[in-house]
Design a protein around this ligand. Structure first.
Ligand SMILES: [Zn+2]
Length: 510
């Protein structure tokens, strides 16, 4: 049976918050898509004389990274002409963007993820129109399947408060009659009855079970303000009976925090606790505006958090209290939300951002260690995407999702020997250093280039697709959306004006 011995100057076998397990001049043996043996290179060479060899002394070998929150977009909104800005108007502005070919966008996203060392993704697709659910999901899954990525697929669903955080009909009354009618048409076109959402899952669960090696399924109510309590209960019940994890956005902005306080008289987390929604099967993306009491509830319920540092900075959402979450023992994974620091989905850059963003001031304050950050981007991400104990570590029995990172650029000094290889890769590496990526034993990146798809061809087709002149209807839609934006800003004017006590201390005015 064909097997491969993958050798590294360092092999990070098991990322751990309190110090990762690693081997110097180590190797892992891949056979049949799984890791069969791990140890010192010389011993493995003797034990497996017929295995072909890959890697060597100039590489760090590490588990493939896990991006635990992504929307499958190959081009960011910025690429498509919607500049970064506060989430609430920005998300509506995006509704006015020209639609992009879903397959090409997904394939391009997958290529960028692979080339920067990501092997597993929480693929959270935003539901489009009811009639196209199957077609759209097949297009997105197709892009990732063709690239060879491992995914947890979830379809984000919402059915209320879609323009601002109040009833759609009530908000429409704030608009001039003509604009209101035009917005109603846009909302109707995107309306999906809740029954359709569950029927969609009835169809994809058996279909995707056949791809279980590569694909897992999760449910995804988009966010608290966008889903009724009844819907949240139904999703929880459906997910529980089908043994599916749940992935949702929560408390991304201060306005979402205030929505819960205004609507339920308590925090969003407290309300979800009342609904018996929280639990080890749930991962929440963002979680920026948690109170101390919320953090305790998240920790006590075993709910996971996915931290999206770059997205939260770009959309002026704030900084999630990652240090308080970690100190309570919450499992924190990392995601880029299709809004990474450089709009390129390079999780190495986002790991570095996370390592540096949470350095609160003062000699006594703690900062995340490189080991903690790597653990978030591997082991914790594996848990959030339904691949716990299958990916995220290089141990016998795990799937062979492996990255070979070239040391030449990052180790121009003996930094890897002095600070340690985990520090070197978190503080210095980026996607340029990724040489080879293997997923389930298949090489999908070689010499830094994706082998499963042709990057240049996909990029050219995508560019052609987004360069097409918008139709008259698309122009009208963009014009309508532009007219709504000032009303959205006006709507939130009185929100979140109370005194906010920050978790972190950055400066002071008194
Ligand atoms: Zn998101």
């Amino acid at each position: 049976m064909a097997s491969t011995l993958i050798r590294g100057k360092y092999v990070i076998t098991s990322p751990k918050a309190d110090g990762s397990d690693l081997l110097t001049d180590g190797a892992v043996l891949e056979e049949n898509g799984f890791i069969q043996d791990v140890g010192a290179f010389e011993q493995l060479r003797q034990r497996h004389p017929d295995a072909k060899e890959m890697g060597g002394n100039q590489y760090i070998v590490l588990p493939g990274l896990v991006n635990a929150h992504h929307h499958g977009n190959g081009l960011s909104p910025l690429h498509l002409g919607v500049p970064d800005g506060p989430l609430e108007p920005w998300i509506v502005q995006r509704m006015g963007s020209k639609p992009v070919d879903i397959y090409l966008s997904a394939a391009y996203a997958a290529i960028k993820l692979l080339q920067s060392g990501t092997t597993t993704v929480m693929l959270n697709q935003s539901a489009g129109a009811a009639a196209r659910l199957d077609e759209d999901s097949q297009a997105m899954l197709g892009g990732f399947r063709d690239a060879g990525l491992r995914v947890c697929y979830s379809l984000g669903y919402r059915h209320q408060n879609r323009i601002v955080y109040e009833d759609d009909a009530t908000f429409l009354k704030r608009l001039p009659a003509e604009v209101s009618r035009a917005v109603q048409v846009i909302l109707d076109a995107g309306h999906i009855p809740a029954d359709e959402y569950f029927r969609f899952y009835d169809r994809i669960i058996p279909a995707l079970t056949e791809e279980r090696d590569r694909v897992r399924v999760a449910m995804s109510p988009s966010n608290l303000q966008w889903c009724s309590d009844g819907l949240l209960r139904d999703i929880k019940a459906y997910a529980t009976s089908n043994k599916l994890p749940i992935h949702m956005h929560l408390l991304e902005t201060v306005y979402q925090k205030e929505y819960a306080l205004r609507t339920f008289g308590k925090s969003a987390v407290a309300h979800l606790a009342d609904l018996q929604f929280l639990g080890t099967d749930v991962s929440i993306a963002h979680a920026v505006w948690l109170t101390e009491a919320d953090i305790r509830m998240v920790a006590d319920s075993g709910t996971q958090v996915c931290h999206n540092a770059s997205s939260n900075l770009k959309l002026q959402s704030g900084i999630a209290p990652v240090q308080p979450l970690l100190s309570r023992g919450v499992t924190v994974a990392l995601g880029t939300d299709s809004m990474s620091l450089n709009d390129d989905d390079d999780l190495f850059q986002d790991m570095r951002l996370v390592a540096q963003l949470h350095r609160n001031s003062g000699l006594d304050s703690t900062a995340p260690t490189a080991d903690q950050v790597l653990t978030m981007a591997t082991v914790n991400g594996a848990k959030a995407t339904g691949f716990e104990h299958e990916v995220g570590r290089l141990l016998p029995g795990y799937r062979a999702d492996i990255v070979l990172l070239r040391l030449d650029r990052i180790a121009q000094s003996p930094i890897d020997e002095v600070a340690g290889p985990v520090e070197a890769l978190v503080y210095l590496a980026d996607g340029r250093d990724v040489d080879t990526v293997m997923i389930g034993g298949q090489v999908v990146v070689q010499d830094g280039r994706v082998t499963s798809l042709n990057r240049e061809e996909i990029a050219a087709r995508l560019k052609e697709n987004v360069s097409q002149k918008p139709t008259a209807e698309e122009v009208r839609k963009a014009d309508v959306i532009a007219e709504v934006i000032p009303y959205i800003k006006e709507f939130y004017r009185e929100w979140a004006t109370y005194d906010l006590q920050p978790h972190y201390r950055y400066n002071s005015r008194a």
